[in-house]
Design a protein around this ligand. Sequence first.
Ligand code: UTP
Length: 289
Amino acid sequence: MSPTNYPEKPLRKAIFPVAGFGTRFLPATKSVPKEMLTVVDRPVIHYAVQEAIDAGCDTLIFITGRSKRAIEDYFDRSPELEAELEAKGKTEALDIVRNILPSHVRCFYVRQPQALGLGHAVLCAADMISSDESFAVVLPDDLIDSRPCGVLSQMQAVHERTGQAVIAVEQVAQQDVSKYGILKTDGWMGGALPIRGIVEKPRSEDAPSNWGVIGRYILPARVMELLKDQVPGAGGEIQLTDAIARCLPHHEFVGLPISGKRFDCGSMNGFLEANMHFGMQRVAQGAAL
Ligand code: UTP
């Protein structure tokens, strides 16, 4: 039986797994969520949220853990601050704090009681995804400067046109394949790579290619079902990649190579590079830093 695609509903829901500990940024992340560390003037999570909204998502589901309250506060209204800015006539600042999210967008927060892995984090949102809709997963660590539109918008266009599930991919150095989910593919189809297999963090000698999965996914609801009985995989964690691998016989998946520059803001180097890159862009635009 060839894989079939589900009836289509427009993509509306984006899941942001943000329950990890961010140990690579200690001591800062002892009290500040790593997603709240700023690239130039806004937290890393803001870029990811904007990308999802630009792709048409209006329902944002954050999978949080202990000490992530700052994320909720950031996307909430702040009446005291707004009143203060209004009273002082600081209209520009008032506009900024009022317009962090457009009014049609709603945020939901679901706690992941234990950090059991990315697949488990996504599963925490299962009750919010109906059986006939696809959903996006966005990992804020991957900050991508992409023109003319965001990576999730590019993926959404493919998904809308074909009904396929879409995963963002990038070619990674052979010595780095063991850090990524890696695709098995047999060539190009319409600018994308049909996915024939996918494996999490393979050893270099076992990797089926060097196409690495980047933190953007548009997935069918069936992946949620499969996550419910997904056993732990690489690193003893419940892996999203493993549930996707089990979904491949039922649904067409393609890898879409990202166009743009990616910064791994989960690492110190990537985070610093992102600050330099976006900071220089702001300077070039003539903005005061
Ligand atoms: P990472 O593997 O980068 O883990 O998770 P981390 O804890 O955030 O960072 P380090 O390695 O300790 O510095 C990748 C993404 O998956 C989320 C993380 O929040 C991050 O966005 N995640 C991971 C969860 O939400 N829950 C989990 O159980 C695991």
